[in-house]
Ligand binder design. Structure first.
Ligand code: 23J
Ligand code: MN
Length: 263
């Protein structure tokens, strides 16, 4: 089969529904949960606003349109290398300069939803990843690693999503060693989370603060946050489509995260 045949087979599968498109995106609006950093150390990403310009009225009789106010790191979104100081110097490290070949890639979906339900501060280790690979197959170079925790079930309730009961956010994430393993040994494309960011809630206090951010972007690799519907994906075999807006020098962007799966 030629590559052109492969593409034709994909096109046919999309049209006949044998390849399904799963939406892995949370709704983006004023109620979307947003990251809260300690006010003492950081300015905040602002609340999302959707303002009407006009709606079939006196000021534009035949059309409706809105304007938006939102941070780059809002809702289901992409983290580019320039988001973190460790990735600041890559010439292809902002959303407008990343090679678009990276926006369509195979996905490994690591299901640790049971562990996260039992322990909301669950940390994924190298051992967990190796055990997953022994069961499902190796993670290969250039592939996404998506951490399924089913945390999207909270994405309409900011308090539950952030899970800060007064002692800081308690949400699942990776250990530094897990990210080092994925970057250095597996050469993964990046890491995706169903929580507010790629790191665990407690990650600001880790030995390497925010290790997912620090280490992914140090390797000129990418993060995905607030992913939805990972429970609808197989452990292997999905193709993930995640294109950020081409914001000039942008450090991230809301995305429409789509997964192609065998229906
Ligand atoms: C800035 C500082 C810490 C974090 C974040 C941003 C994110 O989660 C983000 O959206 O990239 S943890
Ligand atoms: Mn982000």
């Amino acid at each position: 089969m030629t590559t052109q045949d492969t593409l034709a087979t994909l096109a046919t599968g999309l049209l006949d529904g044998s390849i399904k498109v799963i939406d892995c995106t949370a709704p983006l609006g004023p109620d979307t949960p947003l990251l809260k950093l300690p006010d003492e150390i950081a300015d905040q990403t602002p609340p999302i606003e959707i303002h009407k310009i006009s709606e079939y009225g006196d000021r534009g009789p035949w059309w409706a349109w809105n304007w938006l106010k939102l941070g780059e790191h809002s809702g289901t979104h992409y983290d580019a290398p320039h988001h973190w100081i460790t990735g600041k110097d890559f010439p292809d490290g902002s959303v407008d300069t990343i090679d678009p070949q990276n926006f369509v890639a195979p996905a490994n979906v690591l299901d640790f939803s049971k562990e996260a339900a039992e322990d909301p501060g669950f940390l994924l280790t190298v051992e967990h990843i190796k055990a997953w690979e022994a069961e499902h197959g190796e993670i290969k170079e250039g592939e996404w690693v998506l951490f399924r925790t089913d945390w999207d079930k909270f994405n309409t309730d900011e308090d539950a999503f952030l899970n800060d009961k007064g002692e800081g956010p308690v949400t699942p994430g990776p250990t530094a060693e897990a990210i080092i393993y994925l970057m250095e040994e597996k050469k993964a494309l990046g890491w995706g989370s169903q929580c507010i960011g790629t790191d665990a809630g407690a990650a600001g206090g880790f030995e390497i603060p925010f290790p997912a951010h620090n280490l992914l972007h140090k390797h000129n690799k990418y993060g995905l946050a607030s992913l939805a519907n990972l429970d609808k994906l197989p452990p292997k075999g999905a193709v993930f489509v995640t294109a950020p807006l081409k914001i000039v020098k942008g450090t991230g962007s809301p995305i429409r995260a789509l997964a192609l799966v065998a229906g």
